[in-house]
Design a protein around this ligand. Structure first.
Ligand code: KG4
Ligand code: ZN
Length: 336
């Protein structure tokens, strides 16, 4: 079954054709990073307009690269939640129009389920049950994937997502937007023991995460130093990045370790934009090896937002009978 996936929840306009949830026939991602970089973050209204401009071209390119036309496509999949509401609506409306005019079914896909499914595209042998750890710009969640469409959230962030903390830390350190990848490189050059950032815990919720305290701590540290006339550059800048990263990684890994201390020894499946972080990947590799559980992590191209992951999850949603009605709406929130 060939599914054309469409993703527009944030600042990437993406389309892909994936066969039977596993085999990528094409994938196109048009990033808006250059536009939003001017403002130091994603501007929702601008994102929606840029999606509207890009959608037709991106979808056509995905079909062309796969050597297919709409006649060869069995279903259309689209992200309906969560994300920026205007951005989601552009992709959803486009997909609805395409579904209506072509007569192909429309499959609504939850963005977080999609992130997890990015792993199906690269790991043929991967099958539920497993523990999904989604770390992205908008989300940090530990999810038990009991079956392809049966999910149980076991831990979530109570405030900011991991990616939000990375992006704000990068911004205060004067790194270009989006800062996550720049922080990753800079942290590798610094002394992670120089600054002792507190690793947050959530009372009575050992699998939950909290990043807002760490985010505020790094901002306060840098502002205090600047007020003292210190220049945030060179070794000092790298040491702040390394110390911050150590605490951010520990925040995530502590939740994971707490889960394994109590829960079943299911494989760990990492996903989301922050899954690209080399320090996090290394820490989780060490933990899973020590615990003797499997560890799956997608290549960098599948960590950030893309449409392969949407088309992959859509296959399993379709098998479970999930088809969008023509009045399908988009939702900004996670619970949709
Ligand atoms: O999954 P994604 O593309 O979008 C959301 O669904 O949120 O994640 C984007 C986030 C941004 O915060 C970005 O800075 C972060 O992923 N990111 C990283 C790295 N690469 C991207 N964070 C830390 N280290 C990285 N190497
Ligand atoms: Zn995402």
């Amino acid at each position: 079954m060939r599914i054309l996936g469409i993703e527009s929840s944030c600042d990437e306009t993406a389309a892909a054709v994936v066969e039977d949830g596993r085999k990528t026939l094409s994938s196109v991602v048009a990033s808006q990073v250059d536009i939003h970089a001017l403002y130091g973050g994603v501007v929702p209204e601008i994102a929606s307009r840029a999606h509207t401009e890009a959608l037709c071209t991106v979808v056509n390119e995905a079909l062309e690269k796969a050597g297919l036309t709409m006649a060869d496509i069995d279903a259309i999949a689209v992200t309906y939640a969560p994300g920026l509401i205007g951005a989601l609506l552009t992709g959803l409306s486009f997909a609805k129009g395409l579904s209506y005019s072509s007569g192909k079914p429309l499959i609504p896909v939850h963005h977080i389920r999609g992130h997890i499914a990015a792993n199906y595209v690269v790991f043929e042998e991967l099958k539920p049950p497993f523990i999904g750890l989604v770390v992205s710009g908008g989300h940090t969640s530990l999810i038990k994937v009991k079956d392809y469409t049966d999910f149980e959230t076991v831990g979530v962030t109570r405030d900011d997502a991991a990616g939000e903390a990375f992006d704000k830390a990068a911004r205060v350190l004067g790194l270009p937007y989006p800062g996550g990848a720049h922080m990753d490189k800079l942290a590798a050059q610094g002394d992670k023991k120089r600054f002792a950032f507190t690793v947050s815990k959530v009372d009575n919720a050992p699998f939950d995460f909290s990043f807002s305290g760490l985010k505020t701590a790094v901002i306060n540290l840098v502002h205090t130093m600047e007020m003292r006339g210190e220049k945030i550059e060179g070794e000092l800048k790298a040491d702040i990045a390394a110390s911050f990263t150590k605490a951010a990684v520990k925040t995530v890994s502590r939740g994971v370790e707490a889960f394994y201390a109590e829960g079943e020894k299911l494989p760990l499946v990492l996903s989301g934009g922050v899954a690209a972080n080399s320090h996090l990947r290394a820490a989780l590799k060490e933990i899973t090896e020590r615990l003797g559980v499997g560890f799956y992590v997608p290549p960098l191209s599948l960590c950030g937002d893309n449409a392969q992951m949407i088309a992959a999850q859509a296959y399993y949603e379709f098998l479970a009978g999930k088809i969008a009605p023509l009045d399908q709406n988009a939702y900004a929130c996670m619970e949709a």
